[in-house]
Design a protein around this ligand. Structure first.
Ligand SMILES: C[S@@+](CC[C@H](N)C(=O)[O-])C[C@H]1O[C@@H](n2cnc3c(N)ncnc32)[C@H](O)[C@@H]1O
Length: 287
């Protein structure tokens, strides 16, 4: 993913050939996790002990959205790693502009995380593991750097209905990467390691967007002050490209859902429950 400075000589017709990540970099789209800040709040609510002195790692931090949210909502030291150097630079600029000294970003590979064993209290992996060909190795690394009793928070996107092949191919072209056809159960199985415990898992569906909602979002992205220096022609072409991607993703996400899955590394009590129970729908009270 690149920032504006990486595409200084682009013409409007070049923009029609950029993939989604490149377009995101060009116009500084926030590229948030599924559910945006409410996902971050939901994760943090389930791990109430996290606070000053604790360390969080996000793998695939992109342009920093989740790290900045977590750094502003907690007093933890929050580290983002991403394989794309330009995304990391852009994230660092955002952290400095926001005055968040506990948000840190470095270039890093999720399959070779440059931190010691048992270093982090939480590892956050949203929509990144599907982009890593050696997923097994990446997940082993997430657990390696996690402290005993620490939490791996995964927020994968999965298919709950099979989309047409034509749509899958078009999305793969748009994101410039192969798209795994995983179900929720596939992800749950992949993230669960011997000794880890899935203690929270909640599924969400994406709401369908109207063309005018997409138009309004595109306008919001383009009207950011950081895009003021862009020529009108380039802005218009970027807007058309973004509109195309969002419309395509809206169709694709009609077949998909996402889940917040929280795994504890090592169960404090690994004994089986004899009198198993299930929640009774509609009885929860949150005060
Ligand atoms: C779709 S974005 C995820 C953005 C955001 N964190 C989210 O969950 O929606 C995927 C990110 O993963 C990064 N990425 C891909 N392979 C990676 C790897 N091996 N290690 C670290 N980051 C990687 C990409 O550069 C990109 O920024």
């Amino acid at each position: 993913m690149s920032t504006t400075t990486s595409f200084p000589q682009l013409t409007a017709s070049d923009v029609q050939h950029l993939n989604f990540s490149q377009t995101v970099g060009l116009v500084n789209e926030p590229n948030m996790c599924s559910g945006g800040a409410s996902t971050i709040r939901a994760v943090l609510r389930e791990i109430p002990g996290l606070g000053a002195g604790d360390r969080i790692l996000e793998v695939g931090s992109n342009t920093g959205f989740s790290v900045l949210e977590m750094a502003s909502a907690t007093r933890c030291e929050v580290q983002g790693i991403d394989i794309e150097e330009s995304s990391v630079r852009f994230s660092q600029q955002k952290a400095a502009a926001l005055g968040l000294p506990n948000a840190h970003f470095s270039v890093g590979d999720g399959t070779k995380i440059a931190f010691p064993d048992e270093h982090f209290d939480m590892v956050f992996a949203s929509n990144v593991t599907s982009f890593i060909p050696d997923r097994r190795r990446a997940i082993d690394e997430y657990y390696r750097v996690l402290k005993r009793f620490g939490v791996l928070a995964a927020v994968p996107i999965f298919y709950h209905r099979r989309p047409p092949e034509r749509l899958l191919n078009e999305v793969e072209q748009a994101i410039g990467a192969p798209l795994p056809r995983f179900s929720r159960a596939d992800w749950e199985g992949m993230y669960e390691l011997p000794g880890s415990e899935l203690f929270f898992s909640k599924e969400y569906e994406y709401l369908d967007l109207s063309p005018s909602q997409i138009d309004a979002y595109v306008a919001t992205v383009l009207e950011q002050p950081c895009n003021d220096g862009m020529s009108e022609e380039l802005k218009e072409a970027s807007g058309r490209r973004l509109h195309y991607f969002y419309t395509l993703f809206n169709e694709n996400l009609g077949y998909a859902r996402y889940a917040i899955m929280l795994y504890r590394k090592s169960q404090p009590t690994a004994f089986p429950v004899l009198h198993a129970s299930a929640p009774v729908a509609g009885t929860a009270v949150h005060r």
